[in-house]
Write a protein that binds this ligand. Structure first.
Ligand code: XMP
Length: 524
Protein backbone atom coordinates (compact mmCIF):
# COMPACT_ATOMS: atom_id res chain seq x y z
CA UNK A 1 0.00 0.00 0.00
CA UNK A 2 1.21 3.54 -0.73
CA UNK A 3 2.82 5.25 2.24
CA UNK A 4 1.65 8.56 0.81
CA UNK A 5 -1.45 10.12 -0.68
CA UNK A 6 0.67 11.87 -3.28
CA UNK A 7 1.23 10.75 -6.84
CA UNK A 8 4.22 8.49 -6.61
CA UNK A 9 6.91 6.80 -8.64
CA UNK A 10 8.68 3.57 -7.70
CA UNK A 11 12.44 3.31 -8.16
CA UNK A 12 13.86 -0.20 -8.16
CA UNK A 13 17.50 -0.23 -7.11
CA UNK A 14 20.10 -2.67 -8.40
CA UNK A 15 22.88 -1.45 -6.10
CA UNK A 16 24.22 1.72 -7.70
CA UNK A 17 25.74 4.40 -5.48
CA UNK A 18 23.81 7.11 -7.33
CA UNK A 19 20.29 5.66 -7.21
CA UNK A 20 19.33 8.06 -4.47
CA UNK A 21 20.22 10.92 -6.78
CA UNK A 22 17.33 9.83 -9.01
CA UNK A 23 15.02 10.10 -6.02
CA UNK A 24 16.45 13.46 -5.25
CA UNK A 25 15.96 14.79 -8.80
CA UNK A 26 12.34 13.58 -8.74
CA UNK A 27 11.68 15.21 -5.39
CA UNK A 28 13.20 18.45 -6.67
CA UNK A 29 10.48 18.45 -9.31
CA UNK A 30 7.83 17.82 -6.66
CA UNK A 31 7.29 14.10 -7.23
CA UNK A 32 7.16 11.69 -4.29
CA UNK A 33 9.04 8.45 -4.86
CA UNK A 34 10.44 5.52 -2.96
CA UNK A 35 13.57 3.48 -3.62
CA UNK A 36 13.17 -0.27 -3.10
CA UNK A 37 15.88 -2.90 -3.54
CA UNK A 38 14.84 -4.98 -6.59
CA UNK A 39 14.91 -8.17 -4.53
CA UNK A 40 12.56 -6.87 -1.85
CA UNK A 41 9.76 -5.96 -4.25
CA UNK A 42 7.20 -8.76 -4.51
CA UNK A 43 4.55 -8.68 -7.25
CA UNK A 44 1.81 -8.04 -4.69
CA UNK A 45 3.76 -5.24 -3.04
CA UNK A 46 4.42 -3.50 -6.35
CA UNK A 47 0.80 -3.81 -7.48
CA UNK A 48 -0.49 -2.55 -4.13
CA UNK A 49 1.90 0.40 -4.28
CA UNK A 50 0.24 1.37 -7.58
CA UNK A 51 2.95 3.74 -8.88
CA UNK A 52 2.34 6.17 -11.75
CA UNK A 53 5.63 5.06 -13.26
CA UNK A 54 8.60 2.83 -12.50
CA UNK A 55 12.28 3.63 -12.82
CA UNK A 56 14.75 0.77 -13.08
CA UNK A 57 18.00 2.18 -11.72
CA UNK A 58 21.66 1.32 -12.22
CA UNK A 59 23.83 -1.30 -10.57
CA UNK A 60 27.32 -2.76 -10.57
CA UNK A 61 26.47 -6.21 -12.00
CA UNK A 62 26.44 -7.41 -15.60
CA UNK A 63 23.15 -8.68 -17.04
CA UNK A 64 25.28 -11.34 -18.73
CA UNK A 65 26.15 -12.97 -15.39
CA UNK A 66 24.32 -16.20 -14.57
CA UNK A 67 22.70 -14.84 -11.43
CA UNK A 68 22.24 -11.28 -12.73
CA UNK A 69 19.60 -9.27 -10.84
CA UNK A 70 16.42 -8.80 -12.86
CA UNK A 71 13.37 -6.57 -12.53
CA UNK A 72 10.24 -8.39 -11.31
CA UNK A 73 8.53 -9.35 -14.60
CA UNK A 74 5.25 -7.87 -13.34
CA UNK A 75 6.53 -4.32 -13.92
CA UNK A 76 6.38 -4.87 -17.69
CA UNK A 77 2.80 -6.09 -17.46
CA UNK A 78 1.18 -3.38 -15.35
CA UNK A 79 0.63 -0.87 -18.15
CA UNK A 80 2.64 1.84 -16.37
CA UNK A 81 5.51 3.79 -18.00
CA UNK A 82 9.02 2.49 -17.34
CA UNK A 83 12.34 4.29 -17.51
CA UNK A 84 15.43 2.05 -17.41
CA UNK A 85 18.71 3.74 -16.53
CA UNK A 86 22.08 2.09 -17.29
CA UNK A 87 21.78 -1.41 -15.74
CA UNK A 88 18.01 -0.80 -15.65
CA UNK A 89 17.99 -0.28 -19.41
CA UNK A 90 20.05 -3.40 -19.99
CA UNK A 91 17.90 -5.68 -17.86
CA UNK A 92 14.73 -4.29 -19.47
CA UNK A 93 16.17 -5.00 -22.92
CA UNK A 94 17.21 -8.51 -21.95
CA UNK A 95 13.92 -9.30 -20.20
CA UNK A 96 11.90 -8.09 -23.21
CA UNK A 97 13.83 -10.18 -25.73
CA UNK A 98 16.67 -7.89 -26.89
CA UNK A 99 20.39 -8.55 -26.67
CA UNK A 100 23.07 -7.02 -24.44
CA UNK A 101 26.73 -7.50 -25.32
CA UNK A 102 29.77 -7.62 -23.09
CA UNK A 103 32.13 -4.69 -22.95
CA UNK A 104 33.70 -3.78 -26.30
CA UNK A 105 33.81 -0.07 -25.86
CA UNK A 106 33.63 1.00 -22.24
CA UNK A 107 32.57 4.57 -21.57
CA UNK A 108 33.25 6.23 -18.24
CA UNK A 109 32.67 9.91 -17.61
CA UNK A 110 31.72 12.66 -20.04
CA UNK A 111 30.35 11.51 -23.41
CA UNK A 112 28.25 13.03 -26.18
CA UNK A 113 25.14 11.63 -27.83
CA UNK A 114 23.64 12.43 -31.24
CA UNK A 115 19.92 12.95 -30.93
CA UNK A 116 18.40 11.02 -33.85
CA UNK A 117 14.72 11.29 -33.12
CA UNK A 118 12.10 12.98 -31.01
CA UNK A 119 10.47 11.40 -27.92
CA UNK A 120 8.14 12.44 -25.09
CA UNK A 121 11.13 12.53 -22.79
CA UNK A 122 13.23 14.88 -24.92
CA UNK A 123 10.42 17.39 -25.60
CA UNK A 124 11.68 20.96 -25.07
CA UNK A 125 14.98 19.57 -23.73
CA UNK A 126 16.87 17.97 -26.62
CA UNK A 127 16.19 18.81 -30.27
CA UNK A 128 16.44 16.23 -33.02
CA UNK A 129 19.87 16.62 -34.66
CA UNK A 130 21.56 18.05 -31.55
CA UNK A 131 24.75 16.73 -29.96
CA UNK A 132 24.28 16.59 -26.17
CA UNK A 133 26.59 16.00 -23.20
CA UNK A 134 25.80 13.06 -20.90
CA UNK A 135 27.57 11.09 -18.15
CA UNK A 136 28.29 7.45 -18.94
CA UNK A 137 29.52 4.64 -16.74
CA UNK A 138 29.16 1.29 -18.46
CA UNK A 139 30.98 -1.70 -19.84
CA UNK A 140 28.17 -3.78 -21.40
CA UNK A 141 25.82 -2.20 -23.93
CA UNK A 142 22.58 -2.94 -25.74
CA UNK A 143 23.24 -4.59 -29.12
CA UNK A 144 19.75 -5.59 -30.38
CA UNK A 145 16.50 -3.91 -29.43
CA UNK A 146 13.40 -5.77 -28.29
CA UNK A 147 10.35 -5.53 -30.56
CA UNK A 148 8.59 -2.18 -30.48
CA UNK A 149 11.69 -0.13 -29.53
CA UNK A 150 13.49 2.46 -31.67
CA UNK A 151 16.62 4.54 -31.16
CA UNK A 152 16.35 8.11 -29.92
CA UNK A 153 20.07 8.85 -29.43
CA UNK A 154 23.45 7.17 -29.88
CA UNK A 155 26.99 7.76 -28.68
CA UNK A 156 30.32 6.44 -29.95
CA UNK A 157 30.35 3.60 -27.43
CA UNK A 158 26.59 2.98 -27.13
CA UNK A 159 24.63 2.58 -30.39
CA UNK A 160 21.47 2.51 -28.28
CA UNK A 161 22.27 5.24 -25.78
CA UNK A 162 18.58 6.22 -25.63
CA UNK A 163 15.75 3.96 -26.75
CA UNK A 164 11.98 4.17 -26.61
CA UNK A 165 8.89 2.07 -27.17
CA UNK A 166 6.38 4.89 -27.42
CA UNK A 167 3.32 2.62 -27.53
CA UNK A 168 4.07 0.94 -24.22
CA UNK A 169 5.82 4.05 -22.81
CA UNK A 170 9.00 2.11 -22.04
CA UNK A 171 12.22 4.13 -22.24
CA UNK A 172 15.85 3.29 -21.62
CA UNK A 173 19.06 5.27 -21.40
CA UNK A 174 22.61 4.01 -21.12
CA UNK A 175 23.79 7.25 -19.51
CA UNK A 176 22.98 8.67 -16.07
CA UNK A 177 20.42 11.51 -16.27
CA UNK A 178 20.44 11.84 -12.47
CA UNK A 179 24.00 13.21 -12.12
CA UNK A 180 24.79 16.89 -12.57
CA UNK A 181 27.30 16.05 -15.28
CA UNK A 182 24.38 15.25 -17.60
CA UNK A 183 23.42 18.93 -17.87
CA UNK A 184 19.78 18.40 -18.94
CA UNK A 185 19.32 15.11 -17.11
CA UNK A 186 16.93 16.51 -14.49
CA UNK A 187 14.70 17.89 -17.29
CA UNK A 188 14.65 14.49 -19.01
CA UNK A 189 13.54 12.85 -15.74
CA UNK A 190 10.94 15.56 -15.25
CA UNK A 191 9.56 14.91 -18.72
CA UNK A 192 9.25 11.24 -17.76
CA UNK A 193 7.40 11.91 -14.52
CA UNK A 194 5.31 14.87 -15.67
CA UNK A 195 4.74 14.33 -19.44
CA UNK A 196 4.73 10.57 -19.61
CA UNK A 197 3.50 9.47 -16.18
CA UNK A 198 1.23 12.50 -15.74
CA UNK A 199 2.49 13.60 -12.31
CA UNK A 200 1.60 17.17 -11.37
CA UNK A 201 4.38 17.69 -8.80
CA UNK A 202 2.30 17.73 -5.61
CA UNK A 203 5.08 16.81 -3.14
CA UNK A 204 6.82 19.54 -1.11
CA UNK A 205 8.97 19.88 1.99
CA UNK A 206 5.79 20.90 3.83
CA UNK A 207 4.22 17.57 2.93
CA UNK A 208 7.40 15.69 3.89
CA UNK A 209 7.18 17.35 7.30
CA UNK A 210 3.55 16.34 7.73
CA UNK A 211 4.16 12.79 6.60
CA UNK A 212 7.17 12.30 8.83
CA UNK A 213 5.26 13.64 11.82
CA UNK A 214 2.53 11.09 11.16
CA UNK A 215 5.10 8.31 10.73
CA UNK A 216 6.92 9.24 13.94
CA UNK A 217 3.65 9.23 15.89
CA UNK A 218 2.70 5.85 14.43
CA UNK A 219 6.11 4.36 15.20
CA UNK A 220 6.49 5.74 18.70
CA UNK A 221 2.95 5.61 20.13
CA UNK A 222 3.11 6.79 23.73
CA UNK A 223 6.66 5.59 24.36
CA UNK A 224 9.58 7.85 25.30
CA UNK A 225 12.25 8.86 22.81
CA UNK A 226 15.74 10.16 23.42
CA UNK A 227 17.61 12.07 20.72
CA UNK A 228 21.34 12.68 20.61
CA UNK A 229 22.14 16.29 19.78
CA UNK A 230 25.51 17.14 18.31
CA UNK A 231 24.95 20.82 17.71
CA UNK A 232 24.89 20.23 13.97
CA UNK A 233 21.97 20.84 11.67
CA UNK A 234 20.99 17.17 11.15
CA UNK A 235 20.39 16.24 14.77
CA UNK A 236 18.87 19.67 15.50
CA UNK A 237 16.31 19.38 12.71
CA UNK A 238 15.59 15.79 13.76
CA UNK A 239 14.97 16.89 17.35
CA UNK A 240 12.71 19.79 16.42
CA UNK A 241 10.69 17.60 14.03
CA UNK A 242 10.27 14.85 16.61
CA UNK A 243 9.34 17.38 19.28
CA UNK A 244 6.69 18.71 16.92
CA UNK A 245 5.38 15.15 16.56
CA UNK A 246 5.40 13.92 20.16
CA UNK A 247 6.17 16.93 22.38
CA UNK A 248 7.73 16.14 25.75
CA UNK A 249 7.80 12.40 25.11
CA UNK A 250 11.14 13.47 23.63
CA UNK A 251 14.22 14.16 25.75
CA UNK A 252 17.32 15.45 23.98
CA UNK A 253 20.73 14.35 25.12
CA UNK A 254 23.77 16.42 24.48
CA UNK A 255 26.87 14.35 25.14
CA UNK A 256 29.95 16.43 25.74
CA UNK A 257 32.55 13.97 24.51
CA UNK A 258 35.41 16.34 25.23
CA UNK A 259 35.86 16.32 21.47
CA UNK A 260 33.62 19.28 20.71
CA UNK A 261 34.64 22.63 19.31
CA UNK A 262 35.09 25.78 21.35
CA UNK A 263 31.79 27.08 22.79
CA UNK A 264 29.74 24.27 21.24
CA UNK A 265 28.24 22.93 24.44
CA UNK A 266 26.99 26.32 25.65
CA UNK A 267 25.36 27.06 22.28
CA UNK A 268 23.51 23.76 22.08
CA UNK A 269 22.24 23.87 25.64
CA UNK A 270 21.00 27.42 25.40
CA UNK A 271 19.26 26.89 22.04
CA UNK A 272 17.39 23.75 23.00
CA UNK A 273 16.65 24.45 26.63
CA UNK A 274 15.97 28.16 26.45
CA UNK A 275 14.75 28.72 22.90
CA UNK A 276 12.89 25.50 22.15
CA UNK A 277 12.09 24.51 25.71
CA UNK A 278 12.78 20.86 24.91
CA UNK A 279 13.76 18.64 27.88
CA UNK A 280 17.55 18.24 27.65
CA UNK A 281 20.15 16.20 29.49
CA UNK A 282 23.62 17.75 29.27
CA UNK A 283 25.96 14.84 29.90
CA UNK A 284 29.63 15.57 30.51
CA UNK A 285 31.25 12.33 29.37
CA UNK A 286 34.64 13.71 28.38
CA UNK A 287 36.59 11.51 30.80
CA UNK A 288 34.80 8.43 29.51
CA UNK A 289 35.52 9.21 25.85
CA UNK A 290 39.10 10.38 26.28
CA UNK A 291 39.81 7.36 28.50
CA UNK A 292 38.27 5.01 25.92
CA UNK A 293 40.37 6.50 23.15
CA UNK A 294 43.65 6.35 25.03
CA UNK A 295 46.37 4.71 22.98
CA UNK A 296 44.16 4.26 19.89
CA UNK A 297 45.30 5.62 16.57
CA UNK A 298 43.50 3.50 13.97
CA UNK A 299 40.65 5.59 12.47
CA UNK A 300 38.13 2.75 12.20
CA UNK A 301 38.79 1.64 15.79
CA UNK A 302 38.38 5.24 16.95
CA UNK A 303 35.01 5.43 15.21
CA UNK A 304 33.83 2.12 16.63
CA UNK A 305 34.95 3.02 20.17
CA UNK A 306 33.19 6.37 19.96
CA UNK A 307 30.02 4.80 18.49
CA UNK A 308 30.00 2.22 21.29
CA UNK A 309 30.48 4.81 24.03
CA UNK A 310 27.69 6.99 22.63
CA UNK A 311 25.36 4.02 22.86
CA UNK A 312 26.47 3.29 26.44
CA UNK A 313 25.72 6.88 27.40
CA UNK A 314 22.39 6.87 25.57
CA UNK A 315 21.41 3.57 27.22
CA UNK A 316 22.20 5.04 30.59
CA UNK A 317 20.24 8.22 29.81
CA UNK A 318 17.29 6.17 28.51
CA UNK A 319 16.97 4.72 32.01
CA UNK A 320 17.16 8.19 33.49
CA UNK A 321 14.11 9.38 31.52
CA UNK A 322 12.24 6.27 32.72
CA UNK A 323 8.60 6.96 33.30
CA UNK A 324 6.94 4.61 35.76
CA UNK A 325 9.95 2.32 35.53
CA UNK A 326 9.89 2.14 31.71
CA UNK A 327 13.07 3.42 30.04
CA UNK A 328 13.00 5.22 26.67
CA UNK A 329 12.22 2.71 23.97
CA UNK A 330 13.50 4.75 21.03
CA UNK A 331 16.74 6.45 20.09
CA UNK A 332 16.40 9.19 17.45
CA UNK A 333 19.33 10.04 15.21
CA UNK A 334 19.96 12.55 12.44
CA UNK A 335 21.26 9.93 10.03
CA UNK A 336 21.29 11.17 6.43
CA UNK A 337 21.41 9.30 3.19
CA UNK A 338 25.15 9.80 2.53
CA UNK A 339 25.85 8.30 5.99
CA UNK A 340 23.81 5.27 5.03
CA UNK A 341 25.21 4.71 1.58
CA UNK A 342 28.82 4.97 2.64
CA UNK A 343 28.30 2.55 5.49
CA UNK A 344 26.35 -0.20 3.72
CA UNK A 345 27.60 -2.62 1.14
CA UNK A 346 24.75 -3.64 -1.15
CA UNK A 347 25.35 -6.83 -3.20
CA UNK A 348 29.09 -6.37 -2.70
CA UNK A 349 28.99 -3.69 -5.39
CA UNK A 350 30.38 -0.19 -5.46
CA UNK A 351 28.46 0.90 -2.34
CA UNK A 352 31.33 -0.27 -0.22
CA UNK A 353 32.02 0.64 3.37
CA UNK A 354 34.23 3.71 3.23
CA UNK A 355 33.91 4.75 6.87
CA UNK A 356 31.80 3.56 9.76
CA UNK A 357 29.90 6.75 10.44
CA UNK A 358 29.22 6.74 14.12
CA UNK A 359 25.48 7.15 13.82
CA UNK A 360 25.07 4.09 11.61
CA UNK A 361 28.16 1.98 12.13
CA UNK A 362 29.20 0.88 15.57
CA UNK A 363 25.69 0.22 16.89
CA UNK A 364 25.74 -3.02 18.86
CA UNK A 365 23.35 -5.75 17.65
CA UNK A 366 21.92 -6.14 21.13
CA UNK A 367 21.14 -2.44 21.58
CA UNK A 368 18.07 -2.16 23.75
CA UNK A 369 16.53 0.81 21.92
CA UNK A 370 14.92 0.97 18.48
CA UNK A 371 15.97 3.69 16.06
CA UNK A 372 13.92 6.63 14.81
CA UNK A 373 15.64 8.19 11.80
CA UNK A 374 13.28 10.54 9.94
CA UNK A 375 16.08 12.06 7.78
CA UNK A 376 17.43 8.78 6.50
CA UNK A 377 16.42 9.46 2.92
CA UNK A 378 17.43 13.11 2.80
CA UNK A 379 20.52 14.93 1.62
CA UNK A 380 22.01 17.76 3.62
CA UNK A 381 20.50 20.56 1.58
CA UNK A 382 17.06 18.94 1.91
CA UNK A 383 17.52 18.84 5.69
CA UNK A 384 18.32 22.54 5.57
CA UNK A 385 15.15 23.13 3.51
CA UNK A 386 13.18 21.25 6.17
CA UNK A 387 14.79 23.35 8.92
CA UNK A 388 13.69 26.50 7.08
CA UNK A 389 10.22 25.03 6.65
CA UNK A 390 10.13 24.75 10.47
CA UNK A 391 11.44 28.32 10.91
CA UNK A 392 14.62 27.25 12.66
CA UNK A 393 17.32 29.93 13.19
CA UNK A 394 19.18 30.63 9.95
CA UNK A 395 22.65 30.56 11.52
CA UNK A 396 21.98 27.05 12.82
CA UNK A 397 20.66 25.91 9.46
CA UNK A 398 23.71 27.29 7.66
CA UNK A 399 26.23 25.77 10.09
CA UNK A 400 28.93 23.68 8.53
CA UNK A 401 28.53 19.95 9.19
CA UNK A 402 30.40 18.59 12.19
CA UNK A 403 30.95 14.82 12.42
CA UNK A 404 29.64 12.78 15.36
CA UNK A 405 33.14 11.59 16.36
CA UNK A 406 34.11 15.26 16.61
CA UNK A 407 37.71 16.37 16.81
CA UNK A 408 38.83 12.75 17.29
CA UNK A 409 38.85 12.24 13.51
CA UNK A 410 40.69 15.53 12.98
CA UNK A 411 43.64 14.38 15.06
CA UNK A 412 45.23 11.55 13.09
CA UNK A 413 47.11 9.26 15.44
CA UNK A 414 46.76 9.15 19.18
CA UNK A 415 44.48 11.69 20.86
CA UNK A 416 45.63 13.64 23.90
CA UNK A 417 44.09 16.53 25.82
CA UNK A 418 47.02 18.71 24.77
CA UNK A 419 46.34 18.03 21.08
CA UNK A 420 42.61 18.69 21.47
CA UNK A 421 43.33 22.05 23.12
CA UNK A 422 45.74 23.05 20.38
CA UNK A 423 43.36 22.02 17.59
CA UNK A 424 40.41 23.83 19.15
CA UNK A 425 42.33 27.10 19.22
CA UNK A 426 43.55 26.75 15.63
CA UNK A 427 40.02 25.97 14.45
CA UNK A 428 38.66 29.14 16.10
CA UNK A 429 41.23 31.33 14.35
CA UNK A 430 40.66 29.67 10.98
CA UNK A 431 36.88 30.03 11.11
CA UNK A 432 37.18 33.58 12.35
CA UNK A 433 39.24 34.45 9.26
CA UNK A 434 36.76 32.65 7.01
CA UNK A 435 33.85 34.59 8.49
CA UNK A 436 35.73 37.90 8.24
CA UNK A 437 36.43 37.19 4.58
CA UNK A 438 32.68 36.59 4.03
CA UNK A 439 33.34 33.03 2.88
CA UNK A 440 31.52 30.96 5.52
CA UNK A 441 28.38 30.44 3.43
CA UNK A 442 30.26 29.83 0.19
CA UNK A 443 32.14 26.94 1.75
CA UNK A 444 30.42 23.64 2.58
CA UNK A 445 32.77 22.78 5.42
CA UNK A 446 36.03 24.16 6.77
CA UNK A 447 38.14 22.93 9.66
CA UNK A 448 41.64 22.50 10.97
CA UNK A 449 43.38 19.15 11.36
CA UNK A 450 46.28 18.58 13.77
CA UNK A 451 48.86 16.32 12.19
CA UNK A 452 50.87 13.81 14.20
CA UNK A 453 54.05 15.36 12.87
CA UNK A 454 56.40 17.82 14.52
CA UNK A 455 58.69 20.00 12.46
CA UNK A 456 61.47 22.45 13.21
CA UNK A 457 60.89 26.18 13.01
CA UNK A 458 62.44 29.39 14.18
CA UNK A 459 60.56 32.02 16.16
CA UNK A 460 62.25 35.07 17.69
CA UNK A 461 65.72 33.62 17.06
CA UNK A 462 64.85 30.46 18.93
CA UNK A 463 64.37 26.96 17.59
CA UNK A 464 60.84 25.53 17.79
CA UNK A 465 59.76 21.91 17.39
CA UNK A 466 55.98 21.87 17.15
CA UNK A 467 52.99 20.35 15.39
CA UNK A 468 51.85 20.88 11.80
CA UNK A 469 48.29 22.09 11.28
CA UNK A 470 46.49 21.31 8.03
CA UNK A 471 43.59 23.47 6.90
CA UNK A 472 40.71 21.95 4.95
CA UNK A 473 37.89 23.78 3.14
CA UNK A 474 35.62 22.23 0.55
CA UNK A 475 32.66 23.09 -1.61
CA UNK A 476 30.00 20.45 -2.12
CA UNK A 477 26.25 20.07 -2.56
CA UNK A 478 25.69 16.87 -0.66
CA UNK A 479 28.98 15.74 0.90
CA UNK A 480 29.19 12.82 -1.55
CA UNK A 481 31.68 14.62 -3.78
CA UNK A 482 33.66 17.75 -2.98
CA UNK A 483 36.22 20.18 -4.35
CA UNK A 484 38.84 21.99 -2.30
CA UNK A 485 38.11 25.70 -1.93
CA UNK A 486 40.52 27.89 -3.97
CA UNK A 487 41.47 30.47 -1.31
CA UNK A 488 43.56 33.44 -2.36
CA UNK A 489 47.18 33.15 -1.23
CA UNK A 490 46.80 36.31 0.80
CA UNK A 491 44.04 34.68 2.85
CA UNK A 492 46.10 31.56 3.45
CA UNK A 493 49.16 33.60 4.41
CA UNK A 494 47.19 35.75 6.85
CA UNK A 495 45.50 32.75 8.47
CA UNK A 496 48.76 30.82 8.76
CA UNK A 497 50.49 33.75 10.45
CA UNK A 498 47.64 34.18 12.90
CA UNK A 499 47.52 30.49 13.82
CA UNK A 500 51.27 30.28 14.40
CA UNK A 501 51.29 33.52 16.40
CA UNK A 502 48.22 32.78 18.49
CA UNK A 503 48.31 29.02 19.02
CA UNK A 504 51.16 27.61 21.08
CA UNK A 505 52.13 24.18 19.83
CA UNK A 506 51.83 24.83 16.07
CA UNK A 507 54.72 26.18 14.03
CA UNK A 508 53.71 25.21 10.48
CA UNK A 509 50.45 25.39 8.50
CA UNK A 510 49.63 23.59 5.25
CA UNK A 511 46.54 23.70 3.01
CA UNK A 512 44.87 20.50 1.79
CA UNK A 513 44.06 20.64 -1.95
CA UNK A 514 42.54 17.18 -2.34
CA UNK A 515 39.05 16.79 -3.78
CA UNK A 516 36.60 13.96 -2.93
CA UNK A 517 37.12 11.53 -4.51
CA UNK A 518 39.93 10.56 -4.24
CA UNK A 519 40.13 12.02 -0.72
CA UNK A 520 37.29 12.13 1.77
CA UNK A 521 36.29 15.39 3.45
CA UNK A 522 37.45 14.41 6.92
CA UNK A 523 40.96 13.04 7.27
CA UNK A 524 39.82 9.86 9.00
P1 XMP B 1 33.66 12.18 4.53
O1 XMP B 1 34.82 12.44 5.41
O2 XMP B 1 33.15 10.77 4.60
O3 XMP B 1 32.49 13.09 5.09
O4 XMP B 1 33.91 12.62 3.10
C1 XMP B 1 31.29 13.41 4.44
C2 XMP B 1 30.50 14.28 5.38
O5 XMP B 1 30.08 13.50 6.51
C3 XMP B 1 30.61 14.04 7.72
N1 XMP B 1 31.00 12.89 8.56
C4 XMP B 1 30.26 12.42 9.58
N2 XMP B 1 29.10 12.85 10.11
N3 XMP B 1 29.20 11.10 11.70
C5 XMP B 1 28.59 12.19 11.19
O6 XMP B 1 27.56 12.59 11.72
C6 XMP B 1 30.35 10.60 11.23
O7 XMP B 1 30.88 9.61 11.72
C7 XMP B 1 30.92 11.31 10.12
N4 XMP B 1 32.04 11.12 9.38
C8 XMP B 1 32.08 12.12 8.43
C9 XMP B 1 31.80 14.87 7.30
O8 XMP B 1 32.10 15.88 8.26
C10 XMP B 1 31.32 15.42 5.97
O9 XMP B 1 30.45 16.51 6.14
Amino acid sequence: MPKTNHEHILILDFGSQVTQLIARRLRESGVYCEVWPFNQASDEKIKAYNPKGIILAGGPCSVLDDDAPAAPQIVFEMGVPIFGICYGQQTMVKQLGGVVEAEKSREFGRAYVDVLDHSDITTDVWDKGANEQVWMSHGDHVATLPEGFSVIAKSDGAPYAFIADTDRHFYGVQFHPEVVHTPHGADLLKNFTHNVCGCSGDWTMASFREEQIAKIRAQVGDEKVICGLSGGVDSSVTAVLIHEAIGDQLTCIYVDTGLMREGESEQVVSLFRDHYNIPLIHEDASDLFLGGLEGISDPEIKRKVIGGLFIDVFDECSRRVADGGKPAKFLAQGTLYPDVIESVSFTGGPSQTIKSHHNVGGLPDDMAMELVEPMRELFKDEVRALGREMNMPEDLIRRHPFPGPGLAIRIPGEITQEKIDILRKADVVYLDEIRKAGLYDVIWQAFAVLLPVKTVGVMGDARTYDYVCALRAVTSTDGMTADYYPFEHEFLGRTSTRIINEVHGINRVVYDITSKPPGTIEWE
